[in-house]
Design a protein around this ligand. Structure first.
Ligand code: SF4
Length: 500
């Protein structure tokens, strides 16, 4: 038998999850595919001990160290580890189980570029998902990271690189392991190019993270529209999103061509200075220049706290809320121009010619064509370059809304004139009683169409008392339009940097 080593015989590794919890869980040790890359890795010593405890040697294709060969579940429910006892729901070699299993729900894996080893929590473990905002898993993770970075452990892991698995997007990244990375790649961290978001501890956000994102958002009282999944996800062609839990705060990052920033501040029971400082450290580590590091969409109530911490807090754009009834009635002098526009549209087009219908997937091509036409009309109407760039950028957001409206939870409608689509709009239920209008396109050549579409869409949203028309992108023209509808509330938003 080979000499014992920290990798395969350390009985002192503390356990995070109470064993009673593990015994009642049905996730570990079971796998959907026969050749699952997540089958546990056994070192030579661990193989030897497993064989001594009755696991057939043919289950280990390489006696020097390998992933165990899985066997079919006796009830036909996928595959199981041969050491797993389905009747007892437990491991038959528990005290001699391999390090790979003792670490779980921690996972050792490569970053996507295979240049750094990351330590993270496998979110297939229900216990971890439930305790994500608690301090204990993070303290445990730090402790284990220190153990894995010890000289003794690194020496051993060098002999068993198979213990480091492929990148998995359902693992919440806790921290890179720079010493272990250097030992396994032979490359010094400093010699590598600027770190990627993954290697500074950020986890790429996927669609399966939506419940986590939404449970975090529910902790806030803000009415700023960026605190919603659809408003952020339609921009996925421009940004790659990441997240992390830092000091019990949900921290949301966006990577783009220039670097990394935070579209939202850290979200938790209350904002902590520790989380904000750490978020800036992370952004600075990834960004080529610290001026790129910033936090956007801060609610006014956070401003005094960040001011007091010495950050530079500046107003960004304003967002607009309206009383839905007022937008539908358009009564009184103050809505004179909007009423005129709607009346003009109704008068110009015989009732039988106009149809307001829910958006359907089959409307996609017509809507994309309309967007292209509308974009040119907008550019002719207002040739300022920043508007043109925004319209170019927005094309992919519109396409995403039009193609993924169901998955994003969007409600859309189109206006047809003599059967042809001349306008479309999309929105979503933002908070109880608040409906957010996300985007609207209306053929400029048709007088009054835009006002008509907005009024009729608001009329359809009768279950909501308030309409949210989002921000003005800090554009004077857009601000004037939004103000002309007489908002019931204007919400300021702020941006945080370290230098003016
Ligand atoms: S060795 Fe034990 S703990 Fe590890 S996967 Fe197999 S049954 Fe589960």
């Amino acid at each position: 038998m080979e000499a014992s080593s920290p990798v395969d015989s350390d009985p002192t590794l503390p356990q995070l999850i109470p064993s009673v919890r593990c015994l009642s869980c049905d996730v570990c040790c079971r796998f959907p595919e026969k050749d699952s890359p997540l089958a546990p890795y056994f070192t030579a010593g661990e193989i030897q001990r497993a064989i001594e405890r009755g696991i057939p040697s043919e289950r280990f294709p390489d006696p020097q160290g390998c992933r165990i060969k899985l066997i079919p579940h006796p009830l036909g429910e996928g595959y199981i580890c041969p050491a797993f006892d389905p009747a007892e729901n437990g491991c038959r070699i528990y005290n001699d189980r391999p390090l790979d299993c003792r670490l779980f729900p921690l996972a050792l894996m490569w970053d996507p570029s295979k240049s750094a080893v990351l330590l993270g929590y496998d979110r297939k473990c229900p216990f971890i998902v439930e305790t994500l905002f608690e301090a204990a898993p993070f303290e445990y993770g730090r402790l284990m990271a220190a153990r894995l970075e010890s000289d003794e452990m690194i020496k051993d892991l060098q002999g068993h690189p198979g213990l480091v698995g492929e990148f998995q997007d359902d693992v919440m990244i806790l921290t890179p392991l720079p010493r272990l990375s250097e030992a396994l790649t032979g490359q010094k961290s400093a010699a590598r190019s600027r770190p990627s978001p993954e290697t500074v501890g950020l986890t790429p956000l996927t669609d399966t993270d939506r419940p986590l994102f939404e449970s975090a958002i529910k902790r806030t009282r803000t009415e700023l529209s960026s605190y919603s999944w659809p408003a952020l996800m339609i921009w996925k062609d421009h940004f790659k999103y990441y997240w992390a839990i830092i000091d019990r705060q949900f921290c949301f990052f966006a990577g783009y061509v220039d670097g990394l920033f935070m579209p939202l501040p850290p979200i938790g029971a209350s904002l902590t200075g520790k989380a904000v400082r750490r978020c800036f450290e992370i952004m600075d580590a990834v960004n080529p220049h610290s001026a790129i590091s910033r936090i956007e969409n801060l609610d006014a109530e956070l401003v005094p706290f960040l001011d007091a911490m010495g950050f530079v807090v500046k107003p960004k754009e304003q967002e607009y809320l309206y009383d839905r009834e007022a937008l539908v009635r358009l009564s009184g002098d103050r809505y004179k121009s909007q009423r005129w526009a709607c009346n003009r549209f109704v008068r110009d087009h015989p009732k039988d010619n106009v149809r307001l219908e829910p958006y359907r997937s089959s409307d996609l091509d017509d809507c994309l064509e309309l967007y292209a036409r509308w974009k040119d009309q907008q550019a002719d109407h207002d040739p300022r370059s920043e508007d043109r760039m925004m319209l170019e950028d927005a094309a992919s957001a519109h396409r995403r809304a039009l193609t993924e409206f169901e998955a994003l939870g969007l409600i859309g409608c189109v206006v047809r004139l003599a059967g042809k689509i001349v306008g479309y709009t999309f929105g979503y239920s933002f908070r109880p009683g608040i409906f957010c209008v996300l985007l609207e396109v209306a053929d400029h050549r048709i007088t009054g169409l835009s006002a008509y579409l907005f009024r009729e869409f608001c009329r359809e949203m009768s279950g909501h008392a308030t309409i949210h028309a989002m921000g003005d992108s800090d554009l004077a023209r857009l601000r004037a339009v939004k103000l002309s509808y007489h908002p019931s509330k204007i919400i300021p938003s702020y941006i945080v940097t370290r230098s003016p």
